[in-house]
Design a protein around this ligand. Structure first.
Ligand code: AKB
Length: 320
């Protein structure tokens, strides 16, 4: 049985990926970790939990040794908008943290999942049907850390044989843990606003198209790329994956089909706009489809319906 360690388990993706891996592999085989000491809740109730600050290599090595870890899902990160406020922190966690995890993966012969992002692209990248292999000159510190991370993963795979794999995630839409400090967060916040107050002020302008994905597909992408037959992988790391592409107007219109009195206005945030306009409108994910069978299950309609059902249910129970 696999022994998995997840860094950043308390985050948007980590909180759901940890529980799904525990469901598949057994709670005791999946070690959750976070910088914060989580004293209660599903992550500590369903399996082992350890405090790990990824900038401290000893902490990662100690936990990996204690549980005989063979696979690491490295999700600790600082997202794009916060990265512009705190570029040093973004570099420290994004690059030094990954370097530490790669060193541990090398020493202890672990496979590694590293999530890159649409943030690894920039204004000189072709923004429509963005190819798998193309120009990557990002303009955000987050993007700089993601390109560096992709290169580090390739280097450790070629030089030391570390089985480092990953995807380039688009904006992830979810309803368990809120994202924190990303450019694509609006696509989550809009649902909470629509249900709680029926009013939303959008920080991105109309016409800002971005790739997006619903959480169940994001989790399947991470697990499936790690389980893929290595002989079929030509790229291995940083696969473009997408499920839908929309701008705020299209998402607003879709939500209004279910909540007709919902109102949205625009107040574009200059930092988020600068980042969003430098990111792809829609990526080409044909390499992921061909090499390991990537196929998302949720489109805009299905995702919207489910988000409204789940968040509406929480609102009725007074949980949000
Ligand atoms: C962000 O907006 O920073 C992230 C991402 C697309 O990587 N959600």
């Amino acid at each position: 049985m696999k022994k998995v360690l997840i860094t950043g388990s308390g985050g948007q993706i980590g909180s759901e990926l940890t529980l799904e891996l525990r469901r598949r592999l057994g709670g005791e085989n999946v070690v959750a970790s976070d910088k914060r000491n989580l004293s209660s809740g599903p992550l500590v109730d369903t399996g082992p939990f350890e405090v790990i600050d990824v900038t401290d290599v000893e902490q990662i090595a100690t936990v990996a040794g204690k549980y005989k870890i063979d696979t690491i899902y490295h999700l600790a990160a600082v997202l794009s908008a916060i990265g512009e406020e705190k570029p040093h922190l973004a570099w420290d966690i994004g690059v030094n943290g990954l370097y530490n995890v790669l060193q541990v993966a090398r020493d202890k012969k672990c496979a590694l999942f590293f999530p890159s992002s649409i943030g690894a692209f920039g204004p000189s990248t072709p923004l429509d049907n963005t190819p798998q292999d193309t120009i990557q000159r990002p303009v955000s510190m987050y993007g700089v850390t993601k390109v560096t991370g992709e290169l580090l993963c390739d280097y450790y795979a070629q030089r030391y044989g570390v089985d480092a794999r990953g995807v380039r995630y688009p904006g992830i839409i979810s309803n368990v843990t809120l994202p924190g400090g990303g450019t694509t967060d609006y696509a989550v916040e809009i649902f909470y606003a629509a249900i709680k107050t029926k009013h939303f002020v959008c920080p991105l302008g109309a016409g800002t198209f971005l790739d997006m994905m619903y959480m169940p597909d994001a989790i399947n992408a991470a697990i499936n790329v790690m389980e893929a037959d290595p002989k079929k992988l030509r790229h291995r790391n940083a696969f473009n994956v997408t499920a839908m592409s929309f701008d705020p107007e299209i998402l607003y219109a879709e939500i209004k089909k279910h909540i007709p009195d919902f109102k949205m206005e625009y107040d574009p945030d200059p930092v988020k706009m600068c980042i969003a306009q430098s990111w792809p409108n829609k990526m080409d994910d044909s390499c992921a489809r061909a090499e390991w069978g990537w196929k998302p299950e949720y489109d805009l309609e299905r995702m919207t319906l489910d988000m409204i059902k789940v968040i509406g249910g929480k609102f009725k129970k007074g949980l949000i």
